[in-house]
Design a binder for this molecule. Structure first.
Ligand SMILES: [Zn+2]
Length: 459
């Protein structure tokens, strides 16, 4: 975790503008990387187990962990609103603050069982956004097949429609996620899911004692002491390739991946919980077989870039160039988010491309990223609104902008009307209703701005 020390240095000023809980008292002495713990005055908690580990702080790490956290944030935004995530969870320095009391220890009842409220949001989210059609197809079947199971949860009481519906959703999601050939195959057995063993574990992990000898490979925190009698706990904390095929291509990225010389990773239960959200922020690119996620070294940057990329993907017709998707997302970011990113942050932005079980990466050269993240440049690109201009910038062919400007001005003002092949070719690249006056005025300005950013070198 190379970024650990940077954050440790900065703990003295934890962005007072973002603090919402006035009662919070920070204990910043025990900080580490991964998710670490602050103490809090928890007198206001009305539900769940009292705990003294609130909030926990999550630190950006490798793409799998990052996608998991962004997926988790998407689910929380669904349950509590985007403004909850943007105001209470995303921190300006790139970390994420998770209120254990709000999201894990508040409970939702399914008969005599209970699940953390964040797991309820997760189930509703999956059914509403990921597998809505499948759910509608299978609902009746599940209802009849699992009638006895559901009756047992509710001690044979008559159920309200909402209770019955959620019980079916709960079973559906467990079956879908953990069956063979599903994203997290056999990670949790149907029986463990239906007996609420996983949900119960999520209540307990925050209050269990820690095992001093084992650290989580994803967050670098000590694992809680695992019940030796629980097969689920053993399986969850010794994450293996068969449980998630993506671990295969990704395993080399984890800092301690081969510590035991086996293809298994020691993962804490909170990371295991987060990992089952990792597929959520990946978005399909039209006309292709792959899905993408934009990775960076700040959760705040990832949150917005992926949100903008999703808009870009929705609005793109037949285009599936990853370069362009990333470029347009960066432009939107610099227009809508007031943030100046440092060199390391810009250099860390990459697109993770998932096709079946293969992972690939794409990133733009640093100078292109810094150009697109400049708000004056992105404003000009938007105002010019000519696809070829963005294409040339993405290709690093900045001189071509001057070429276009020259030929546009020549067309507008020159008395020489003789046909010129080069001129025709360049003007043909512009859209049919291109505004030559605007281009003649804005393109040299754009070129000059880009030139000054490049000449300024790495800032
Ligand atoms: Zn962990």
């Amino acid at each position: 975790m190379g970024r650990k020390s940077k954050y440790e240095e900065r703990q003295g000023s934890l962005f007072p503008s973002q603090e919402t809980n006035k009662e919070e008292k920070k204990d910043i002495t025990s900080h580490n990387s991964g998710h670490s713990v602050h103490t809090v005055n928890s007198s206001s908690i009305s539900q769940g187990i009292q705990n003294n580990t609130d909030p926990i702080i999550l630190y950006p790490s490798n793409w799998l962990y990052n996608a998991s956290v962004i997926g988790f944030l998407r689910v929380i935004a669904y349950g509590k609103g985007e403004s909850y995530v943007e105001r209470n969870m995303l921190m300006d320095d790139g970390r994420v603050k998770v209120s254990v009391n709000d999201l894990f220890l508040k409970e939702y009842s399914i008969g005599k069982y209970r699940i953390p409220v964040s797991l309820k949001y997760f189930i509703d989210f999956i059914v509403s956004f990921i597998w809505r059609n499948k759910y509608n197809d299978e609902k009746k079947d599940i209802e009849s097949k699992y009638k006895e199971v559901i009756n047992k949860w509710y001690d044979n009481k008559v159920l309200m429609e909402e209770q019955k519906d959620f019980a079916i959703r709960y079973i559906f999601v467990g079956n879908k996620l953990f069956s063979s050939n599903c994203p997290y195959q056999n990670l949790i057995s149907k029986k463990e899911w239906q007996e609420f063993e996983f949900a119960q574990l999520m209540f307990e992990i925050f209050v269990r004692d820690k095992d001093n000898n084992i650290k989580c490979v994803l967050c670098n925190e000590k694992l809680p002491i695992i019940k030796s009698s629980s097969k689920l706990e053993a399986r969850l904390t010794t994450f293996q390739h068969p449980h998630m095929t993506l671990l295969g291509p990704s395993i080399g990225e984890f800092p301690n991946a081969f510590w035991d010389l086996e293809h298994s990773l020691r993962v804490c239960p909170l990371c295991a919980y987060l990992i089952i959200h990792h597929h959520i922020p990946f978005k399909k690119v039209k006309g292709s077989k792959y899905q993408i996620f934009i990775n960076a070294n700040s959760f705040k940057v990832m949150w917005y870039l992926n949100k903008f990329a999703e808009n870009v993907l929705k609005n793109m017709k037949n285009e599936n160039s990853i370069k362009k998707i990333l470029g347009l997302s960066l432009i939107e970011f610099s227009q809508r988010i007031y943030a100046t990113l440092g060199v390391w942050s810009m250099a860390s932005i990459e697109v993770v491309i998932k096709e079946d079980n293969n992972i690939d990466y794409y990133s733009l050269p640093y100078d292109i990223v810094s150009i697109l993240l400049n708000s004056e440049v992105s404003k000009l690109i938007n105002e010019i609104n000519e696809p070829v201009v963005l294409d040339k910038i993405l290709a690093g062919d900045f001189d071509h902008l001057l070429d276009i400007a020259y030929h546009v001005i020549r067309k507008l003002y020159s008395k020489d009307n003789s046909e010129n092949n080069r001129s025709n070719l360049i003007l043909k690249e512009l859209s049919k209703n291109a505004n030559y006056q605007k281009l003649a005025y804005k393109l040299p300005e754009l070129y000059a701005k880009i030139n000054s950013i490049i000449r300024g070198g790495i800032r």
